[in-house]
Design a protein. Structure first.
Length: 244
């Protein structure tokens, strides 16, 4: 992308061949890109080795991808100061589930933003721990946050746990109930705040919606005859109205 002066390059993109094997990359700029070079302000997003060296595992310069085309090293690099602005590394199991996430920049600052994940037999996420990964990347030290899910056969949450400060005590402990059409009918807690319970109309539209920023409160939603949201209110205050 060139600026309107016709000379200044705002962004330069590089592709892996015709984009074939890089199509599996969930790139920030769309599929297919392996490098995006910003001259302003000297920032590069890259899946390629900065020195052009070959990856020890795959044998090519695309060190950000593993042999199955999965992102393993996602890097934003400031080549003006020769430092990483953001660098996240990932590990996967044989089923391609992401099992760990390492924040390289945060590690250098001694901040606990790595994550470790585990899954049930149906490859559904059941645990997430945040802190600092150990050397083998199979355990978390200096735990700062955790969440745990128990799921029923159709994937509904039966139980949800959250440790918000890493002290290994659950600050939120919820049990949930659903009906035959997988609508939440009750959210009960033995620890933590009481969240608003959703309600639905006969068409399955959620008419009582927990507020994302204040989960103990709710919005009331109205729909038209085509099941389109037309109004959202918080008590006497109208939050939004929609016309189609």
């Amino acid at each position: 992308i060139i600026d309107n002066d016709g000379v200044t390059h705002l962004v330069d993109y590089s592709y892996l061949g015709r984009g074939g094997s890089a199509q599996s990359v969930a790139a920030p700029f769309g599929q297919g890109f392996v490098v995006a070079d910003y001259s302003q302000p000297e920032t590069k997003w890259t899946l390629a080795d900065l020195a052009g060296a070959n990856d020890a595992d795959t044998g090519d310069i695309y060190s950000g991808l593993d042999r199955f085309g999965r992102v393993k090293d996602n890097r934003w690099y400031d080549y003006g100061s020769s430092t990483d602005l953001d660098r996240i590394k990932y590990g996967h199991d044989r089923a391609s589930n992401r099992i760990w996430r390492q924040d390289v920049v945060a590690n250098a600052l001694s901040e606990p933003f790595d994550e470790l994940y585990s899954y049930d037999g149906s490859h559904r996420l059941k645990d997430m721990l945040r802190g600092t990964l150990n050397a083998n990347k199979d355990a978390i030290t200096s735990q700062a946050f955790a969440q745990c899910w128990s799921l029923d056969d159709t994937g509904n949450w039966k139980k949800f746990l959250e440790d918000s400060n890493g002290d290994t005590t659950w600050d939120l402990n919820q049990a949930r109930a659903v009906n035959l059409v997988n609508e939440i009918t009750d959210i009960a807690e033995t620890a933590g705040a009481s969240w608003a319970t959703p309600a639905y109309d006969r068409a399955g539209n959620m008419t009582t919606i927990p507020q994302p920023n204040v989960l103990t409160s709710s919005y009331a939603a109205s729909y038209d005859a085509w099941n389109r949201l037309v109004k959202l209110v918080d008590g006497a205050n109208t939050i939004a109205e929609y016309v189609y």
